[in-house]
Write a protein that binds this ligand. Structure first.
Ligand code: DAH
Length: 352
């Protein structure tokens, strides 16, 4: 071959090397089939780089080394780009195969109502059926609403530091309410009879925490004020409640008791539904279970709240929600209600 022809060939080879290099660099792998297109074109048995290698024998000796180096680096560039994209596409395939769209979706774990909420809602709904509405009051209470208006004498033991949490609010001393009876004072102060209301909420006592006592628990208070409300009305109301809550065979009995805010006062027992009054550990073999306190609202309380006791009379009752839940679900240890152990709480998923 003539020297001038050889030189023309060399410059064509250089141009082709440049063109192929750009083609390799700009090649876009858009679909998985592009990988094979690339392989055939730049690395296959009749690839375009190989064709240039075959021309190497016609390149003048002084240019051979340089052209050879350029062709080798072109081949290396093609191999590198191919291997990299092959790796990426196999990663994609692996990831894609992790999704089986025909599988059912993952289970959504549902929470459960707290047993005390279930119990409290049930109690409230029973009283709603016979015309009681619901009312609320603050957990941080003043002395008047928690004690004085409820006829607690100044030296009553409940006012003692050992029983009650006293707190300073502003320049006045307050208490964490010791019972929901404070709400009846608020309702009587702000509304006129007839009053039929249920108040539920958390209450606090200065007690050491054990299976049977806690520094906070929950109460439900009931209040009915109208003309001619009698003790018989109280008894029928509570009998209706226990039958709805624990079954129609349930009986109640009342034992005389004392509360500063009711006169007369009584302790209410219901027949033991666990042993059908045959005697068991829960009812301590008496056949009866203590469930609440109640009584006719003391005229002093009515008067303190601005209701004329000569015209109106009323009854009140108060029960512990934990106690009712204990009887309903047989949960003996009070601490379980506030420890947030999901193994305990999950058992109430049915919401009954
Ligand atoms: N407040 C009482 C307590 O905490 C419960 C109670 C008893 C409420 C008798 C009443 C009632 O309304 O009449 O132990």
């Amino acid at each position: 071959m003539l020297r001038t022809k050889k030189l023309q060939l060399v410059s064509t080879i250089y141009r082709n090397i440049e063109r192929i290099k750009k083609e390799i660099q700009n090649f876009n792998f858009e679909q998985s089939a592009d990988l094979e297109v690339f392989r055939i074109k730049f690395l296959g048995s009749k690839n375009c780089i190989k064709e240039l290698f075959m021309e190497l024998k016609n390149v003048p000796n002084d240019e051979k080394k340089n052209v050879g180096l350029l062709l080798n680096s072109l081949k290396f560039l093609a191999e590198e780009k191919y291997n990299l994209n092959k790796l990426q596409s196999s990663e994609h395939e692996k990831n894609d195969s992790q999704f089986d769209l025909s599988l059912p979706s993952q289970k959504i774990s549902l929470g459960a109502h707290h047993p005390l909420s279930i119990t409290s809602n049930k109690i409230i709904s029973i009283f709603n059926k016979i015309g009681f509405d619901t009312s609320e009051g603050p957990e941080i209470e003043d002395d008047w609403h928690n004690f004085t208006a409820l006829n607690f004498p100044l030296n009553h033991p409940a006012r003692d530091m050992q029983d009650t949490f006293f707190i300073q609010k502003g320049d006045k001393e307050h208490v964490l309410r010791t019972h929901t009876s404070s709400v009846q004072v608020r309702v009587m102060e702000t509304s006129k009879p007839p009053i039929r209301t249920i108040s539920a909420g958390r209450v606090y006592r200065n007690e050491a925490i054990s299976a049977r006592a806690h520094c906070f628990f929950h109460q439900i208070e009931g209040l009915y004020i109208d003309k001619n409300v009698s003790f018989a009305d109280l008894k029928q109301t509570l009998l209706f409640f226990v039958k709805e809550m624990f079954g129609t065979d349930t009986k109640i009995r009342m034992r005389p008791s004392y509360f500063p805010f009711t006169e007369p006062s009584a302790e209410v027992d219901m027949s033991c539904t666990l042993c059908n009054q045959k005697g068991c550990n829960v009812c301590k073999h008496t056949g009866w279970l203590e469930i609440m306190g109640c009584g006719m609202v003391d005229p002093n309380v009515l008067e303190a709240c601005g209701i004329d006791p000569k015209i109106y009379s009323g009854f009140a009752f108060g029960m512990g929600v934990e106690r009712i839940a204990q009887l309903k679900y047989r949960v003996g240890d009070l601490r379980l209600y506030s420890e947030n152990d999901v193994r305990f709480l999950n058992q109430f998923q049915s919401g009954r």
